[in-house]
Ligand binder design. Sequence first.
Ligand code: TRH
Length: 387
Amino acid sequence: MRNESCDIFCNVVDNYGDIGVCWRLARQLANEHGLAVRLWVDDLASFRRLYPEADVALERQLCRGVEVRHWPAAFPAVEPADLVIEAFACKLPPGYMTAMAARERKPVWLNLEYLSAEDWVEGCHKLPSPHPSLPLTKYFFFPGFTERTGGLLLERDLLARRDAFQSNDGAQQRYWHSLGVPELQAGELRVSLFGYENPAMEALLQAWELSDQPVTCLLPEGRSLPQVAVFFGHPAGKTGDIWQRGNLRVHVLPFVEQERYDELLWACDINFVRGEDSCVRAQWAAKPFIWQIYPQHDGVHLEKLQAFMNLYCSGLSQQASQAVQALWLGWNRGDSARLAASTDSGQAWPVFLSCREEVQARARDWAQRLAGNNLALNLLDFFHQVA
Ligand code: TRH
């Protein structure tokens, strides 16, 4: 029986990370923990990219056990839920806040923050912020990588499904087949490439073109596609395109549902990811990955990147730690020189590859270690403590 309710508010700023995280959290709270969840989204078109069955014209629809509501400018009068989550400091509708304050038993109000590995996060996690005029308190809830943070979103059965998939060649073959990608050949390297525009793109593609082993790059349709198309001499590209240059072959994939994207990360040898949610998914995939952080104008993203690299690389040999950091920094700074095609040992890609075994072992331990700190469970514990 669903006797606790939750409203999640999602203002889509850019790309798919905001709605990606909210949709994932909403499904978990509804389907794994039995809450009656309403997900308020101001941009249903972005939501439909993640859930193609969504109807952008509907004010209200039931999607995988979650009531998805359009968040209109003129917000309707609704009874607030027991647990109210504003994602990434989006502003709640004023009328809704007044209704929260009018409830005899006040809702628990959380601001779910962006993910960061910086030290200050532990000190700010769960801090209260009383509303200046209404009898309401908002709490900051920070995801994170250490025990004193809110942890990461992780579905109950995800790691078991990952292990079953990764140990089943037939399942992987069927997956590739469903995407129109041929079976894995001996000696081939499979890399997924989900990123933003990047001045270092050409250098990376050249490194793959000239590499000793065949590289198959799986490229989801999106912001990296125009640059990759130009590398192959095309003005543009589309889903289904296949391009070859030297030892590099690129398959342009459709943007698939989140569960199928997980399978792509599980099936590839190395994953390039970006933003927030795909970065977390790459960590659960337990494969080496390269993270392109969401760029901010003031450059603070590079500090966040460094904070994460410090955590992720601690315990690696000096050589592997340097290899990971050189490649990640080169990719994030758009530094072609570091990623250039030469197989000279000073170049980041081949050096990274030479440490692949160690980085692979780290990826596995890392996922195992983080799995004990589950965001949805932590969030519900906090809700029950405060309520
Ligand atoms: O899309 P993003 O760049 O989102 C960003 C970040 O979240 C960033 O932190 C935030 O500040 C900014 O938006 C506003 O990257 P992210 O977070 O990885 O989100 C992508 C989502 O898309 C994620 O849920 C995975 C999903 N996805 C699919 O479902 N299918 C696909 O085929 C692909 C490639 C991704």
